[in-house]
Design a protein around this ligand. Structure first.
Ligand SMILES: [Zn+2]
Length: 325
C-alpha cells in the first residue's frame, strides 16, 4: 500500500513499516471514498448538461411521438364532428320535414359537463390537450345521442306513414261533375256587397241541394251542428283526421254522421245545402292544419291538367256564395 510509511530502526538497522492506528486508517479511507464520489457526481452532472444520455434521448423522442399522435387524434375528432354536424343538418332540413316533424331539442344537450368531470386528467402529461380532446368526444357523443333520438322518432313516423297518407284531405268533397258554377276561392277577397276585403277560410263549391258530400280523408267526426238560420256555417260537420288535420263541411242540407263516428275517405257524410249565411246551394269546405285554416286546393291530388287547374283557381278568385261577416 502506498500510504504505508517506513522508518529506519536504529536498533535493528532495518526499515520497518510504521503501524498506524486502525481508526486513522478507516478515516483516511472514507475521506478518499467521499472525494471519489463527489468527483464522479460532478463529472456526471457536467456530462449530462452537455450530452443527452441515451435514456433522455429516448424519452424526448417518445414525448415528441405522443404529441404527434395527439395532433392526429385532434384531426380525427374534428373530422368526426364535421360528419356529425352534416348528418344533423340533413336531419333538420331534409328528413324531419319529410314527415312534418319539428326540429328536435333536448334541454341541456349542448351544455358541456362541468370541468370537475375532467379532474382525473389534470395531472397527466399534456393534460390540457388530453382534456380538450375528451371534451370534444363528450360533445360528439351528446350530438349522436340527440341524433339517435331523432331517428327513433322518424322511424315511428315512417311506420305511421300509411295512416298519415290516409289522413291527408286529398280528394274533392263533392263529385266534380256536380259542380254547377265557378268555385269561390280560399283567402282574402273583395266582397261585392260589403265593398271590402274579407278573409274566406275555405273553398265554396256550388252544386245542387242533395248532392252527396264525401269525407276527404279517414278520420273521426269531431262535431256536427245545425247552426243559425241565416248566418254562419248552417248545418256543418267537423272531422278530425289526426296528424294535425281537420276538415269542415258547411251549409249542408243533411248530416249523415254522428260525433265520434269513424269515417273513411270517400264515404258520404251528408248533402249539399243552402243553410246558414249562404246565397245559393253550395258546399263550404275547409282544411285546418294545426288549428289554422289552409288553402284546400294545395291538398287535392292533381288529377287534372295544370291549365284546367289554373283556370278553376282564377275563376274562384272572382266568385262569392256567402253572406260574410
Ligand atoms: Zn265559404
Amino acid at each position: 500500500m502506498k500510504d504505508k510509511e517506513y522508518r529506519f530502526n536504529h536498533e535493528t538497522l532495518k526499515f520497518e513499516a510504521v503501524k498506524r492506528p486502525l481508526r486513522l486508517r478507516i478515516y483516511r479511507l472514507m475521506r478518499k471514498g467521499i472525494f471519489v464520489i463527489i468527483v464522479v457526481c460532478i463529472i456526471n452532472l457536467i456530462f449530462s448538461f452537455v450530452f443527452h444520455t441515451p435514456k433522455m434521448k429516448r424519452l424526448a423522442r417518445e414525448n415528441e411521438d405522443i404529441l404527434k399522435k395527439y395532433e392526429v387524434l385532434d384531426d380525427r375528432i374534428s373530422e368526426a364532428e364535421r360528419r356529425i354536424e352534416a348528418m344533423h343538418e340533413r336531419d333538420i332540413y331534409v328528413y324531419r320535414p319529410l314527415f312534418g316533424a319539428d326540429t328536435l331539442t333536448v334541454d341541456g344537450i349542448y351544455t358541456p359537463y362541468p370541468d370537475s368531470v375532467y379532474d382525473d386528467l389534470k395531472d397527466a402529461p399534456n393534460s390540457e390537450r388530453l382534456i380538450s380532446a375528451w371534451k370534444s368526444i363528450d360533445q360528439a357523443t351528446r350530438s349522436l345521442y340527440l341524433q339517435s333520438l331523432s331517428l327513433d322518432e322518424l322511424q315511428k313516423l315512417a311506420s305511421d306513414k300509411e295512416r298519415m297518407a290516409t289522413a291527408m284531405p286529398a280528394i274533392w268533397p263533392i263529385d266534380r261533375r256536380n259542380l254547377r258554377n265557378n268555385l269561390s276561392s280560399y283567402g282574402r277577397r273583395f266582397h261585392p256587397i260589403y265593398k271590402r276585403y274579407i278573409m274566406h277560410a275555405g273553398l265554396d263549391m256550388p252544386a245542387d241541394i242533395g248532392d252527396p258530400v264525401y269525407a276527404t280523408a279517414n278520420g273521426v267526426v269531431e262535431s256536427t251542428s245545425i247552426g243559425l238560420r241565416r248566418r254562419g256555417y248552417g248545418q256543418q260537420i267537423l272531422i278530425d283526421h289526426g296528424f294535425g288535420y281537420k276538415t269542415r263541411y258547411a251549409h249542408l242540407s243533411r248530416i249523415d254522421v254522428k260525433p265520434g263516428q269513424q269515417v273513411l275517405r270517400g264515404e258520404q257524410i251528408g248533402c249539399v245545402g243552402n243553410t246558414g249565411g249562404s246565397t245559393g246551394p253550395h258546399l263550404h269546405y275547409e282544411v285546418i292544419y294545426r288549428g289554422r285554416t289552409v288553402n284546400p286546393v294545395n291538398y287535392f291530388r292533381r288529377d287534372m291538367s295544370p291549365e284546367d287547374f289554373e283556370h278553376i283557381i282564377q275563376a274562384a278568385r272572382e266568385t262569392t256564395y256567402e253572406v260574410m261577416e
